[in-house]
Design a protein. Structure first.
Length: 140
């Protein structure tokens, strides 16, 4: 996957809308993102599918979340750490970037492979709740 992507939107978090863990992640970020820097798109939406394909993520079998920040596309542990480090009070997690990528992404992949078993799966896509009004993109 290319590190740089030409995309009309920035601060977009692509997530698995049927995954309970991913939906909780989105609510966690939205609650702490007081400045409203991030917007969200479930991979199951038309917008999310187009973005996933552009990021070379299989929209029918997603293995990662992704975030677009400052024209850069980040995936796996890099995406999670970049988002967390952008949130007020969470800047300290940036130190985890010192952990070798193979180890961070290995742990990420282990959780991602087992996320439905560990946390559950919805039968339909969750696009958030009241705290996400106007921040979820679903249409191209």
């Amino acid at each position: 996957m290319a590190d740089h992507i030409e995309w009309p939107d920035d601060g977009i978090i692509l997530y698995d809308g049927v995954c309970v863990f991913s939906s909780r992640w989105v609510r966690f970020v939205a609650k702490r993102d007081r400045a409203g820097c991030f917007r969200f798109t479930p991979i199951e939406s038309p917008y999310g599918r187009v973005l996933a394909i552009a990021l070379e993520i299989d929209p029918d079998d997603p293995d990662t979340n992704a975030v677009l920040l400052d024209g850069r596309a980040l995936r796996r542990s890099d995406a999670a750490l970049a988002v967390l480090a952008s949130l007020p009070g969470w800047q300290g997690v940036a130190v985890l970037r010192q952990v070798p990528l193979w180890l961070r992404d290995g742990v990420y992949a282990l959780i991602a492979r087992n996320r439905y078993w560990l946390f559950g799966r919805r039968t339909s896509c969750s696009v958030g709740g009241s705290g996400l009004t106007g921040r979820v993109l679903t249409r191209v």
